[in-house]
Design a protein around this ligand. Structure first.
Ligand code: TYM
Length: 508
């Protein structure tokens, strides 16, 4: 019999849209016993490990065939102590018996090891020894406040990957794009908010990353500027990505299916959905007459929906400013599937890690953005980056270098948390709050840290700049692969719409 506790938990999961199924079994105490009973292996299940990271209670979810790398995790959390909670603490925190942990524990931050997503379905704890729950793995990221990270020992991953490939499991797919706006160069906000996730996720997923040049047409209507922006962005992205293993890199306009699908989706999209979009509403607030806003800007979310839906990704790694666009994409996909009564378009999930959701600009007031100019560039001349770093907002209440300074809201320390060496940054923070180190010294350390952090990417950039043939080849190969995947979706879409008939000759 399914106990009340499990039913209540299952209802919570339903509300969160997490697909799952409860399976009953005799009272079984260990994971191995459960998996054996269900005829599954350890790699088909996961455990939720409740831990204490210094003073914070967190939960880490990992597949049962994999081992955690505590060193990696401590680094990631920036803590000295990391341990499993005791049975007593577990009971107090979860109100459950040790060994029955549910994956959603309200009030804790849940860290999902990336290897979970290598499997389409996984079993996990239900809160009872007589039931387990089958989960659709991709849905685990719907757990509020959850975050995907790499916590498993590398050696173990290597071995398990071989097994997974053998069992024919599909890899998780991600898609994202960057618009060549401004002058097309990237800033550290783009890097932390989007590119860095991409690089990390590319280790285990199938990635599509594109230059959203058609999106840039909403603002850039000058041939040489557009060409130069695209060239800058291509070089910036390739230099940051380095190794293109698992990554299909291409220009959006090289894949005509993006505009074809957009045009089709226009017909099932209610006007009201677009009127609620931020980009359009922001423009209206800037005293621009509604009649003068170009349709491209108004319709921008539908092009973005097409960008995403063509590749049927599981996740879309973006900064928070793009969250609404991914939500609109889900609405449009759902409307399409319902209209044509077939699940052709996959509803994607945004992937927005909390700590990089919005990187603030050097003014400390607004989101770092190309159009606001409050940025720190990555590939500019060091002199320019120095100027950007030196102009970064620190602590306005600190007049003299021996005044006690504040870390909160101090952008130099906010950036150092990502780019500096942790022990050195901790020491500087301490000295800063005691009034023992000046702004200048901290800023110089930030500049050095940035230069070191991006040294390899900057070298790759110089190399790519003088190698246009190599870059062109990457884009050609990327576009070819993207066209292949996109055309498979378009064949299905055309078919369900009725755009195929006995007189059709169109064949991708
Ligand atoms: P774009 O070009 O404005 O930004 C590229 C990526 O960088 C993220 N980002 C930030 N993240 C955190 N803090 C910041 N200060 C910051 N500034 C930028 C953005 O969220 C984004 O992930 N419409 C998109 C491009 C696009 C796209 C897509 C993305 C077109 N089609 C399909 C994903 C999927 C844009 O203009 O991003």
């Amino acid at each position: 019999m399914i106990d009340e506790n499990v039913t209540r938990y299952s209802n919570k999961l339903k509300k969160l849209g997490i697909n799952h199924k409860i399976v009953e079994h005799p009272q079984l105490k260990t994971v191995l016993e459960v998996q054996n009973y269900l005829g599954l292996t350890l790699s088909d299940g996961f455990s939720t490990l409740v831990m204490k990271a210094d003073d914070r209670v967190i939960s880490v979810v990992r597949r049962d065939d994999l081992r955690l790398d505590f060193g990696k995790m401590k680094n990631f959390f920036g803590v000295k102590n990391l341990r499993m909670v005791s049975d007593e603490e577990f009971k107090e925190f979860t109100r459950l018996e040790p060994g029955t942990a549910q994956v959603f524990i309200p009030g804790t931050q849940t860290y999902l090891d990336r290897m979970l997503f290598e499997k389409e379905y996984l079993t996990g704890g239900s809160g009872s020894f007589t039931c387990s729950i089958y989960y659709k793995s991709a849905d685990l990221i719907k757990i509020p406040g959850s975050m995907v990270a790499d916590f498993v020992q590398e050696e173990v991953i290597r071995k398990s990957k071989v097994n997974i490939q053998k069992s024919g499991n599909q890899k998780l797919r991600i898609v994202s794009g960057i618009t060549p706006s401004g002058d097309g160069t990237l800033h550290i906000g783009n890097y932390l908010g989007a590119v860095r996730q991409f690089i990390q996720m590319a280790k285990t997923t199938d990635c599509f990353l594109f230059i959203a040049d058609l999106h840039a047409l909403t603002t850039i209507q000058n041939k040489s500027q557009l060409q130069s922006n695209v060239e800058n962005l291509v070089l910036n992205e390739l230099a940051l990505l380095g190794d293109l293993n698992n990554i299909t890199f291409f220009r959006q306009s090289d894949v005509p299916m993006h505009t074809e699908l957009q045009s089709i989706l226009n017909n099932i999209t209610p006007l009201g959905l677009l009127k609620r979009a931020h980009a359009y509403k922001d423009k209206l607030q800037k005293d621009v007459m509604e009649d003068e806003i170009n349709l491209g800007l108004f319709n921008y979310p539908i092009l973005m929906a097409a960008d995403i839906l063509l590749y049927k990704p599981d996740m879309v790694p973006v900064g928070r400013d793009q969250k609404q666009h991914v939500e609109i994409t889900r609405d449009v996909a759902d409307k399409f599937n319902k209209t044509y009564q077939k699940n052709i378009l996959k509803l994607p999930e945004p992937h927005i890690p909390e700590e990089v959701a919005t990187i603030m600009g050097t003014d400390g007031k607004r989101k770092m953005s190309k159009s606001l100019g409050n940025l720190i560039a990555i590939f500019e001349d060091e002199k320019i980056i120095r100027k950007q770093v030196m102009g970064t907002y620190t602590d306005p209440t600190r007049i003299h270098s021996d005044d006690r300074g504040h870390i909160e809201g101090n952008m130099v320390f906010a950036y150092l948390d990502f780019f500096g060496d942790k022990s050195k940054v901790d020491e500087l923070k301490k000295l800063y709050t005691e009034g023992k180190v000046g702004d200048m010294e901290v800023k110089n350390y930030l500049l050095d840290s940035l230069m070191t952090y991006f040294a390899r990417a900057r070298a790759r950039y110089e190399d790519l700049k003088v190698n246009p043939v190599k870059v062109k080849k990457i884009l050609e190969e990327g576009a070819e692969k993207a066209r292949k995947v996109a055309s498979e979706t378009m064949v299905e879409v055309r078919e369900v719409l009725g755009l195929t008939n006995k007189y059709s000759f169109f064949n991708y």
